[in-house]
Design a protein. Structure first.
Lengths: 532, 532
């Protein structure tokens, strides 16, 4: 079971990984090895698939892997001409056959119907080391009763091999396990399920590969979020034995989301050729959590914090940021934004006249900080990490080109109520206070005007988040929410969410940890007259 | 033929438009009226379609229109439960039937397989005023030989009614006309083709509805980019007469693109509830063209220009911007950015040390201008229009959160070589110099350092644009381009295009005028190891 972290488009690198595994398989005298779905190109290759030259390169690369196979049968994911999302079955340097994926997901974050045609026709089995095996690809396993795996079972499959690129969201492993269990029972044969691992733009793949027994008993499980090459013997005599015992634990819910976030930022930074990141540390909980995640992802020596106090920043904010940086052991500097703030006010005064500071002035401060962050990106090559959470992203409680300016939105799919939970997890994991308790308990504030609090503009997050979850993740309408929540609040929140669509469209990608994240998962029109 | 400008999501507004048309149809004693595809919801409603409440609202709205039909049969676009993209055939206050779209486009800018199921089963005809009519929806007309229209012809259709939401790109009308001609010949019956009109985020619909004779003679054509309600008598005796004569001219190529751009920005601004825009006028050709388009879209009194000279701005830039503003008759002000520039340099000096101005400094200037523009958006409610062209968007020759900061990228799908052509068109159309000749002929420069010219960093645009067209629009690979263009240039340009993906992902929407625009049309991974 080759649970690998592929890089989209890096055909040579992916091939090298597979060749290394093939050599190990030969040493271990394995009978069969499963690579993830589209292992040659990484998943999802998106519009690279529209380049005929890319398809040709992927086939050349596949052939290179095929030529290097030995008596160990390899199940390799690739794109065949046509276009089909395929599993190649190869051994002894030759193709034994090709299975074409039949069910193409085109919902949520998936666009497979944009690229691929569906495999059709009768099923067949492949003889691998004397065992009749059914082969299928990812979504094929999610179709019940008369789906590909049940049909392969009906043909007499003794073992089902299923290769995957199944993205993470919180608790996804549980659904997967149920689905694979149902298929094993239908087919009356064990299922070997191999998933890829690692981050690709918005997506994280959590691995969690497994062997499910014919009787629905989970026989083996690989770790979450880590590469793993695991050799197991699967007994086909009905005893359900897998040796050696391979049962990686499942993370607790907070740890699981946290590791997904760490994986997302680590792979985004590294796979794009960067090493270091810069974070605006406000002394608030969001930037504190992001800094902790970045340290776990990249190492403290690669994380740089900047405190950028304005005329409205409180003393505790400045000290909280400094304390956090010290506890994390990261590079830290303070750059007061007053000179730029004063300059802009002066430049704009002839146009805006005499008036008290307003929302324009608040956004100005946030944008000045964005400019400073980006100057470090330009000067030092440190990617800017943004710190907005999902609650803020939803209602637009942030400044476009200000605090949302940056390369990667680390916690953009994490509701504020979860931010608190994850912050406590950070401290519990460390066994000491990393994120100061004061930061966790103080009332959230953007500090863009005197004595500002989030709750001046928004309901408490414990009230806000359930409304957002219903409106954004569950696709309810305003009219439907009016029956459940406070009407004034619903009217206000729904309007805010709709109006922020243009801001979200220009925000950086960030790790998806929910079943519906902002990004390719939720494709709402900006121009949108729907008000019900 | 009701060639209407619908607004996505504005179900009430769209219904009101249709009811007005129904009243006119009664007055005119029309036999049948065609509304565009998904006329109840506007096209494309995107993920609004995932809300069950939205589907229910659209069906209620459809029923309201159906109840108001008279003896004139109405062909109304809506989404049926299920989900299906449908045409409802209604008269005398009742549904006569429903046709389900069979071919769902899921390429380019289309995501219909994300939402809809395909209509299946045998075809039937509808008796409308004693004439046997076939009904179909948009993409159905693009399937030849055994497609829906040919089958309806084989059933004996005397008239084909096809409702559309077919987006514009340059010269698209010609392809459409050929396709509709082929269908009319196959069916042996005239085809009435009705398209929607107007802008929706990235898309512009150009109308260009038509009647095609059974012998392939174009019998009637409605105007491009304008709403039109046109009543025609179509003779079914084979004579091919359509009365009254209705043959709107097709625009010349430059005028056509220009009107698409005007439509795109006008509808984006107005349908989002705004009236005014602000544009950073550099004295260069891009911002000059954008200002001219904005004036045609919104009126000179709604367009505001700001000149923001830096320490590196030339005298001619400042005077060229002022001359342009005067010729366009727009509000104009000058805000030198030196105070903010000096402030940032001072703030960053402790971190960056003594060094000559570099790329950080160049981006700083651009971002200061972005901050000023956005201050006007916040303070006055003027949407910022960005001025980057497709050549710059492609190679990343712009500053993220700087000149790319704004609500709408007016010419983001227009190559620089086309910018020159369109600028000359602006002057020719006006019959006088609107964009100063000096602006058109001077060498392009970002003026972010002394004596900077675009050609210091990029090849001449006449050399660059064909490489970009091959790489971006034609999906060629680097290896393929190496065989055609200068290798050093190819290597440099391809790398620049790939590296700019993260910047493009955060850029505002803008009008698509090519067969492949940046935006939902080209979905490339940011993390992308493909180098061939």
């Amino acid at each position: 079971m080759a649970q690998l972290n592929m890089t989209v488009g890096d055909i040579d690198g992916n091939v090298d990984k597979m060749l290394d595994v093939l050599a190990r398989c030969e040493d271990e005298r394995a009978d069969v090895v499963l690579f993830p779905e589209l292992s040659v190109t990484g998943y999802p290759p998106e519009d690279l698939l529209l380049k005929p030259g890319f398809i040709a390169d992927n086939i050349k690369a596949l052939n290179k892997v095929v030529r290097r196979t030995t008596s160990c049968t390899a199940i390799i994911g690739f794109t065949d001409r046509g276009l089909y999302n395929c599993a190649c079955i190869a051994r002894d340097g030759k193709r034994v056959g090709v299975y074409r994926k039949r069910h193409l997901p085109n919902n949520a974050v998936f666009d497979e119907a944009r690229y691929f045609k569906e495999g059709r026709g009768g099923h067949k089995l492949w003889d691998i080391a004397g065992v009749q095996c059914g082969v299928s690809v990812c979504e094929d396993a999610w179709h019940a009763v008369d789906g590909p795996i049940a049909r392969q079972g009906a043909l007499g499959a003794e073992l089902i091999l299923n290769i995957n690129a199944s993205p993470y969201y919180a608790g996804r492993w549980r659904e997967r396990e149920e689905v694979v269990r149902a298929r094993a029972l239908e087919a009356g044969a064990p299922v070997v399920y191999v998933n890829q691992v690692g981050g690709q733009d918005e997506l994280v793949f959590d691995g969690n590969s497994m062997v499910m027994g014919a009787d629905g008993t989970l026989l083996a499980r690989l770790p979450q979020f880590e590469e793993a090459l695991v050799f197991v013997d699967v007994s086909l005599d009905g005893s359900g034995a897998v040796t050696p015992e391979t049962m990686a634990p499942i993370c607790d819910p907070d740890e699981e989301v946290y590791r997904a976030l760490v994986t997302g930022v680590r792979d985004y930074v590294r796979k794009n050729g960067f090493t270091d990141v810069v974070i605006a540390l406000s002394g608030g909980i969001d930037s504190s959590l992001v800094a902790a995640i970045a340290v776990d992802a990249l190492g403290a020596e690669h994380v740089h914090g900047i405190s950028m106090p304005s005329r409205y920043s409180s003393e505790h904010s400045k000290s909280d940021a400094a304390v956090l940086a010290e506890k994390l052991g990261i590079d830290y500097r303070t750059i007061p934004i007053e000179p730029a703030h004063a300059a802009f006010v002066e430049m704009l005064a002839p146009s805006f006249g005499e008036r008290p500071p307003n929302i324009t002035d608040e956004n100005l401060q946030s944008r000045i900080r964005g400019v400073v962050n980006m100057a470090f990106t330009n000067e030092k090559g440190w990617l800017t990490l943004t710190t907005g959470n999902k609650s803020e992203m939803a209602v637009g409680y942030y400044t476009l080109y200000g605090d949302s300016a940056g390369a990667y939105g680390v916690i953009k799919d994490v509701f504020k109520t979860e931010v608190w939970r994850l912050s406590r997890f950070v401290n519990a994991k460390a066994g000491r206070e990393i994120i100061p308790e004061a930061v966790i308990t103080k009332p959230p504030s953007a500090e863009l005007r005197p004595d500002q609090k989030d709750e001046d503009s928004l309901p408490p997050y414990e009230v806000l988040d359930p409304i957002l979850e219903a409106y954004v993740e569950q696709d309810r309408t305003r009219d439907e929410l009016l029956e459940v929540f406070d009407p004034d609040l619903v009217n206000r929140i729904v309007r805010l969410v709709d109006l922020a669509e243009h801001k979200r469209r220009q925000s950086p990608p960030g790790t998806r940890v929910s079943p519906k994240a902002f990004g390719k998962d939720r494709r709402m029109p900006i121009t949108n007259g729907y008000r019900r």
